[in-house]
Design a protein around this ligand. Structure first.
Ligand SMILES: *[C@@H]1O[C@H](CO)[C@@H](O)[C@H](O)[C@H]1NC(C)=O
Ligand SMILES: [Ca+2]
Length: 354
């Protein structure tokens, strides 16, 4: 039914083409060219709007199947630590057993400025809800291969930590549901407070039902133009949900990616299936380039966060004001010129009458 309809439409179009000079093959080619050009221009402007022109997977910073030689081959870009072990399907940081610590660390220091990290992970175990622990962490830090109390990594770390905390240590007031994912920037003196689930140092976060999930669970970290965005996909909808969005984040370069996990009295399997690092191609204004000063200690322009927003709005307000003023001035000049011309024309007419 549909097929015949389109066919008759096509026939009509073809006969119309014979009748109408606009639809001669040359013109059609021109029209197609025009259409394609418009499409390209439109898609380009759309891409510009999104700011991120392209994404490139960087294999040297990525961990994905097959994990050939991971941890023992000298050509591998990753090291294993503690209880971490590789299976064909995942890198298991800890098994579902008490008091284990495991980690996987990139060997190559990281120097890209605009990037996106997609982590495919799986946390599962036999423990009942809130009788499991402790979670896992994703790192981009100055030091690597350290043992410690922060999900199996050292405390007073320097760099970025993202925690998938599956056990509520703090007062159990149930004001937030766990697993809870949070972001922290360590500067070497700040301490992650495990007993309070890191709340004093938390820059942002969200609840994500990522344990014993029947769907694949992902988190995404995007860092670009001093902005750190954290998103999660844990309910099988294949869409990213916003988790945290922090502006004014200054990360040093030369740090290392890693993932670590620890179990205590309570446990879970903590698996990393992949960590994929994409380089983002971002257009920047010279001011934005200038904004990106090199830092050696990570920090957040915390207090200025709101001021930055206000300033941006203020700028557009100022622009609007000037546009208005110049429009009025322009209209005024036009009016004056018009009046002069009108006066001359009137005078000429008067002269002609005499
Ligand atoms: C780290 O941050 C804290 C809190 O902002 C600050 O008090 C401390 O001086 C910082 N340490 C370094 C080494 O910058
Ligand atoms: Ca906790």
């Amino acid at each position: 039914m549909v097929a015949t309809k389109t066919k008759s439409n096509l026939d009509r179009l073809r006969s119309f083409g014979f009748l109408h000079p606009m639809f001669h093959s040359k013109n059609i080619r021109k029209l197609i060219c025009l259409f394609v050009t418009i499409c390209i221009l439109m898609s380009q402007s759309l891409a510009n709007e999104q700011d991120f022109m392209e994404e490139f997977l960087k294999r040297e910073y990525s961990l994905s199947k097959p994990y050939r030689g991971l941890g023992f081959s000298s050509s591998s870009q990753w090291d294993l630590m503690g209880t971490a072990m590789v299976t064909p399907d995942h890198v298991r940081l800890t098994p579902d057993l008490q008091s284990r610590q495991g980690a996987v660390w990139s060997r190559i220091p990281f120097f890209l400025r605009d990037w996106e990290l997609k982590v495919h992970f799986k946390i599962h175990g036999l423990g009942k809800k809130n009788l499991n622990g402790d979670g896992l962490a994703i790192w981009l830090t100055k030091d690597r291969m350290q043992n410690g109390p922060v999900f199996g990594n050292m405390n007073q770390f320097v760099g970025l930590g993202i925690f998938v905390d599956t056990y509520p240590n703090a007062d159990k007031s149930h004001d937030r549901a766990f697993p809870y994912i949070s972001v922290m920037l360590g500067n070497g003196t700040l301490s992650y407070d495990h007993d309070r689930d890191g709340r004093p140092t938390e820059l942002g976060g969200c609840t994500a039902m990522a344990r014993n999930a029947i769907y694949d669970t992902f988190l995404l970290v995007r860092y670009s133009k001093n902005r750190l965005v954290l998103m999660v996909d844990v309910d099988g909808k294949q869409e990213w949900k916003h988790c945290a969005d922090i502006t004014g984040v200054r990360l040093p370069t030369g740090h290392f990616f890693g993932a670590s996990s620890a179990t205590g009295d309570l446990s879970d399997n903590h698996d990393i299936i992949s960590m994929k690092l994409y380089q983002l191609t971002v257009e920047k204004t010279p001011e934005e380039e200038e904004e990106e000063e090199e830092v050696t200690i990570p920090r957040v322009d915390n207090m200025e966060q709101f001021q930055v927003d206000v300033q941006e709005e203020g700028m557009s307000g100022v622009q609007f004001f000037f546009t208005l003023v110049f429009s009025i001035l322009g209209l005024g000049v036009l009016a004056v010129v018009g009046m002069i011309l009108y006066g001359r024309w009137k005078e000429n007419r008067r002269k002609r009458f005499y």
